[in-house]
Design a protein around this ligand. Structure first.
Ligand SMILES: [Zn+2]
Length: 634
C-alpha cells in the first residue's frame, strides 16, 4: 500500500501513515468496477442473493471472502454463510476449488478470451447464535446488511483500489438507510454511486417495513441522522426529550474533538428482540442493534444510554485514528490488537460514560452507578493475578469468542472496555491534578483526534504517539504509567481515578437504580456475586462461579441449577433472605442443586450482609468525576 504524505506532516510525523478512505482517483486506476447486485427480497427467509460481474483476464485468479472484519477485531467473516457458488463466463461454467489452507479463498482458472465473469452465490443469514454480525440480522419485517457478507473480491489488491458499483433490491414497501450515496431509487431497486471496497464494507445498510428518521443536527451543514428500523412502529417513537439528548450528543462530541471525519453521519439503529444485539462502528455510520422496548420505558432507555455515544466516538477513535497494525490493506491480513485499550478502552470511557452523561442521555448519578458496578466486578476478578490487562488486548480475537464460564479467572474481552474506562479516568484526573485544573484529558482528545477537520483519511498511530501526545498535554512518566496498568498483574482493579475523582468504591445493602434495571432486564441476581461468588439467573441457573470465592470453595461449578436454599424451594427472595440471615447464623448456607443429572448439596461458609457496589463521595476533595461528566459549554 502507498502512504500519502502531506506537507504539514512531512517533517514531523515519521510514524503516521495516511491510509484508509482514499478516493479512488487519488490512487491511480482502480480495479473494476465490479457490478454487485444484492437482493434482499428473500431476507425474511434468511437469504441474501448475490451476483457480481467482474472484469477479468485469462489465467489463474483467486477470489476472497472477507475474513478479518474491521471493528470485530478478529477473523470473524462468516464464510459458512456462503452457499450455491456458481462462476460463469458467457454460457460457460468455470470450476472453482477452495484453498487447502485459507478457507476464505477460492481459486479459478479464467479461460482464454474471457473478459468478465459472473459470480453467483447466496449468503445464508443466521437464524441464531453467532457474535456481532455473525448473529441474527433478518426478521420478517427488517434486515441489516453488512456488505462484507456479500462480496468476493480479487486477490493481491488493496481494498481501497477495488471499485464496486452496487445495486440493491429490497422487499416491496420496505425503507432503507445507509451512508452510501443513492444515485437512483426506482420502486424497490436502489442504485448506489460506485464506491471502493473498503468504503462499501464500511457502509452497512438497514432496511425494514417500519422506518423512522430523526434529523439530529437541523440547520447544520454537516448532517447527522438517527435512522431506525423497528420490530413494530411504536418502538421507533422517541420522545422529543430523547431526540434532544441525541442532538446534544452531536454538540458535545464536537466540543470534545473540535472536528469531524465524515461527509454526513448515520446512526443505523435496529430495534428488535429478534436480532443479535451489539454496536459496530463505521466511519460515517454505526450498525447499532438493541431491543424493541429500548425507548418504551425509562429503565430500558437508561440501560441503552451508552450504546450510540460509544459507536459515534469510534468515528474519531478507531476509524479516523487507528492503531497502525489494526489497519490492513485488505480483509485477509491479520490484525494486531494490542492497542485496543486505546481503541476500545478510551471509547468506553469517552463514549459509553462521559459523552453519554454530557449529552444527558445518562445522568451523572446513573453514570456513577455504572462505574461502581464495573469497578466492583473488576476489583474482585481473580484473573488479574495471572493475566495482565495487556494480554487481554493481545488475545482479543480469542476472548471475543471465549465461553463465559469461569470468565472471572480467564478474563474477558470486556475487561479492556471496563478497565480501559478506569485507566483513562485515572489519566484524566491525573492531568487535572498535575495541571492544577488548567488541563484535562479533553486537551489530549482535541490534540489527538481534532486534526484534519473534514478529512476521511485514516491516520494511524503507535504506542509512542500516545505517550508523546500525553506528554505534550503535561510532562509525566506516561510510559511508566501505562506499563504498570497494562503489563503487570495485580490483585485489585486500578481505582486511583475514582479516588482522585473524589469518590470511593464501597458496598451498600440495597441495589441502586442502575443495578436494579440491569438485573431486571437480564433476569439475574446481583447480590450472590459479591457475597457467595455465584452468578445466578433468577431461575437458579449458575452462569459463573467466582474463582476461590465461597461457593467455589464449597465445590460449586458453573452450569448447576440451584433449586433449594436451606431446604426451602429456591427463589431470588428466598436466597436473599438466607444471605441476610447468614450474618447471625452460625451454620453454613446449605444449597441443593441439580448437576448433570444428579442432585447435590453444598454448604457455603459465608457470614456477611447483602452487598451492592456504589460510589460514595470523599468529603473535602475536588469532585473531578462530576466535573468530567458535566456538559461542556463551549
Ligand atoms: Zn467499541
Amino acid at each position: 500500500m502507498k502512504p500519502i504524505m502531506r506537507l504539514r506532516w512531512f517533517f514531523t510525523a515519521l510514524s503516521v501513515l495516511l491510509l484508509g478512505m482514499v478516493p479512488a482517483w487519488a490512487q491511480g486506476a482502480p480495479f473494476g468496477p465490479v457490478k454487485l447486485k444484492v437482493s434482499l427480497t428473500q431476507a425474511p427467509q434468511h437469504i441474501f442473493r448475490v451476483t457480481e460481474t467482474m472484469p477479468v483476464q485469462s489465467g489463474p485468479l483467486t477470489l476472497y471472502f472477507p475474513k478479518f472484519i474491521p471493528g470485530e477485531h478478529g477473523p470473524t467473516g462468516p464464510i459458512n454463510g456462503l452457499a450455491g457458488l456458481l462462476i460463469t463466463t458467457g454460457s460457460q461454467r468455470i470450476a472453482w476449488h477452495r484453498d487447502a489452507v485459507d478457507m476464505n479463498a477460492f481459486h479459478v482458472d479464467i479461460p482464454t478470451g474471457a473478459r468478465q465473469i459472473k459470480i453467483h452465490y447466496d449468503f445464508l443469514s443466521p437464524i441464531g447464535g453467532g457474535r456481532f454480525t455473525e448473529g441474527v440480522s433478518t426478521t420478517p419485517v427488517l434486515a441489516d446488511l453488512e456488505w462484507n457478507q456479500v462480496v468476493l473480491y480479487p486477490e493481491n489488491l488493496p481494498s481501497r483500489d477495488i471499485l464496486y458499483d452496487p445495486t440493491l433490491v429490497i422487499p416491496a414497501g420496505w425503507h432503507y438507510a445507509t451512508a452510501l450515496t443513492t444515485v437512483s431509487h426506482d420502486g424497490n431497486v436502489i442504485h448506489f454511486a460506485p464506491v471502493t471496497l473498503n468504503n462499501l464494507v464500511d457502509s452497512p445498510l438497514i432496511t425494514g417495513r417500519y422506518f423512522k428518521q430523526y434529523n439530529l443536527s437541523p440547520g447544520n451543514p454537516v448532517h447527522h441522522y438517527l435512522d431506525i428500523v423497528a420490530q413494530f412502529p411504536k418502538a421507533a417513537d422517541l420522545t422529543p426529550k430523547t431526540v434532544q439528548h441525541y442532538r446534544d450528543l452531536i454538540v458535545q462530541t464536537q466540543r470534545l474533538f473540535h472536528s469531524h471525519h465524515y461527509g454526513s453521519y448515520h446512526f443505523l439503529l435496529t430495534l428488535s428482540n429478534n436480532v443479535a444485539h451489539f454496536g459496530l462502528e463505521h466511519h460515517q455510520s454505526s450498525d447499532d442493534r438493541t431491543g424493541a422496548d429500548t425507548f418504551l420505558s425509562p429503565r430500558t432507555t437508561m440501560l441503552a444510554a451508552g450504546l450510540l455515544p460509544h459507536e459515534y466516538t469510534h468515528s474519531w477513535n478507531g476509524k479516523f485514528r487507528r492503531p497502525a497494525k489494526l489497519w490492513q490493506s485488505n480483509f485477509q491480513a491479520p490484525e494486531h490488537t494490542g492497542l485496543l485499550w486505546v481503541y476500545e478502552g478510551l471509547t468506553a470511557y469517552y463514549g459509553s460514560v462521559v459523552l453519554a452523561a454530557r449529552s444527558h442521555l445518562d445522568t451523572a448519578k446513573a453514570a456513577r452507578q455504572r462505574l461502581a458496578l464495573r469497578a466492583a466486578y473488576l476489583n474482585i476478578e481473580p484473573g488479574r493475578t495471572w493475566r495482565p490487562l495487556g494480554d487481554t488486548t493481545t488475545a482479543a480475537q480469542l476472548l471475543y469468542q471465549a465461553p463465559s464460564f469461569y470468565s472471572n479467572w480467564r478474563r474477558t474481552a470486556g475487561d479492556f472496555y471496563s478497565e480501559g474506562t478506569l485507566m483513562w479516568l485515572d489519566a484524566d484526573t491525573l492531568i487535572r491534578q498535575l495541571t492544577h485544573d488548567r488541563k484535562s484529558l479533553d486537551n489530549f482528545a482535541r490534540e489527538f483526534y481534532g486534526i484534519d477537520n473534514g478529512s476521511y483519511l485514516t491516520v494511524t498511530y503507535t504506542y509512542p504517539d500516545i505517550v508523546a501526545a500525553l506528554n505534550r498535554v503535561v510532562p509525566y512518566n506516561w510510559n511508566g504509567f501505562w506499563h504498570r496498568l497494562l503489563d503487570k498483574t495485580s490483585t485489585h482493579a486500578p481505582l486511583a481515578g475514582i479516588v482522585r475523582g473524589g469518590w470511593k468504591l464501597t458496598y451498600g445493602s440495597t441495589p441502586n437504580a442502575y443495578e436494579k434495571a440491569l438485573a431486571a432486564t437480564r433476569h439475574m441476581m446481583l447480590a450472590p456475586w459479591f457475597t457467595l461468588g455465584l452468578q445466578l439467573k433468577n431461575k437458579g441457573v449458575v452462569t459463573d462461579v467466582l474463582w476461590n470465592g465461597p461457593a467455589f470453595k464449597a465445590g460449586m461449578a458453573p452450569g448447576m441449577t440451584l433449586f433449594a436454599v436451606d431446604g426451602e424451594r429456591f427463589s431470588p427472595a428466598v436466597l436473599k433472605r438466607a444471605i441476610k440471615a447468614s450474618v447471625t447464623d452460625a451454620g453454613p448456607l446449605r444449597l441443593t442443586v441439580k448437576n448433570q443429572g444428579r442432585v447435590e448439596r453444598f454448604s457455603i461458609d459465608y457470614h456477611g450482609p447483602l452487598k451492592y457496589p456504589k460510589l460514595v463521595r470523599i468529603k473535602g476533595t475536588p469532585d473531578y468525576l462530576d466535573q468530567i461528566l458535566a456538559a461542556k459549554q463551549s
